[in-house]
Design a protein around this ligand. Sequence first.
Ligand code: ADP
Ligand code: MG
Length: 385
Amino acid sequence: MAVIQLTDLQLQNKRVLIRTDLNVPLDGTKITNDRRIRATLPTIELALDRGAGVLVVSHLGRPKTGVDNAHLSLQPVADCLRVLLKRPVELIKEWHSGLDVNAGEVKLLENIRFHSGETKNDPELARSLASLCDVYVNDAFGTAHRAHASTHGIVKYATESCAGMLLAAEIEALEQALANPKRPLVAVLGGSKISGKLEVLHNLKSLADKLLVGGGMANTLLLATGVNVGNSLVEKELINDAKAILEAAEIPLPVDVMTSESIDAESHAFLRLTDCIPSHEAIVDVGPETARQYAKTIAEAGTVIWNGPMGIFEIQQFAEGTRQVANAIANTNAYTLAGGGDTIAAIEQFDISHRLDYISTGGGAFLEFIEGKQLPGIEVLQRDS
Ligand code: ADP
Ligand code: MG
């Protein structure tokens, strides 16, 4: 996918507006994880180095109309950016009557979703944002699956538009894994519900050479083959979809699982063969033999794409399957790409982030990309559009 990149454009003395994804987790006004802010620094710094004045735009949370949204102010983000960039970062609350930004300056616009037109892709909001800049840069992969005023509509009115460093890196990593993978391509899919993963399964069943499944979503696949999954999380209404996928692709299912009588930190995990699950027990993890088989396949892969934990890894005694598979992904010589909010939490828990080739910053956007969908925020930046 050929998108125009920031590095292609002249930026000297230009006003550059960068749409970032600074939707960070907050505890009151304290940022509990600044990963998203750090991820966007290369783009801001490149624009500054090339002589631009920078306006940064982001959303934070989901402001509601008619209530006080003061807790969703980007002020804590402005303070954090000031420290990381080592230069003043002013938070701008009102910019409709115009806004100056000089070369070397950085200004952060207040939460763009305080304007109701943002999520409606309102042309007026898109136009007034575009009027603030000479160059529009989208670096918000996390919202690239949404056609909003600051991710999509603005491109129609901006003089020049391009992808920032982070968005370009995301596209490159995803294309390396999906469009032109070194084979065999192994997809590792887990997580809680199959409903959120059906389209991913659909797309990857033809793209991938091997699909390895675990987590709660595998329960519905097991049920579809007639296995008694006991008290496990299942979505019975999707059993026909599960059957259709199993008919269309050869998917090895877990041969053993860990089960528990209840899902809490005190409960014991039992090792069961998949066809011998007592009816009062629920599957909480893949078993050691399954994890060993998956690890072997991962070791022989050319490319691995991973979304979704293999079990309820948040609870120590149910975390072993996810840990084994995560370590296999860390150790393989294959090109490795992972994404998904809980998958990233697992990667951090097992401390393997530095051993993967790429970790996507997008949750929903990552999933939609691997579902094979065109993301509106990326599509609109294509060279031939
Ligand atoms: P991601 O955010 O990476 O896309 P999901 O949101 O789909 O992943 O799923 C993550 C959640 O799935 C985790 O919180 C984990 O506890 C849960 N999970 C994994 N295995 C099971 C299982 N067997 N039963 C119920 N929940 C599970
Ligand atoms: Mg999740």
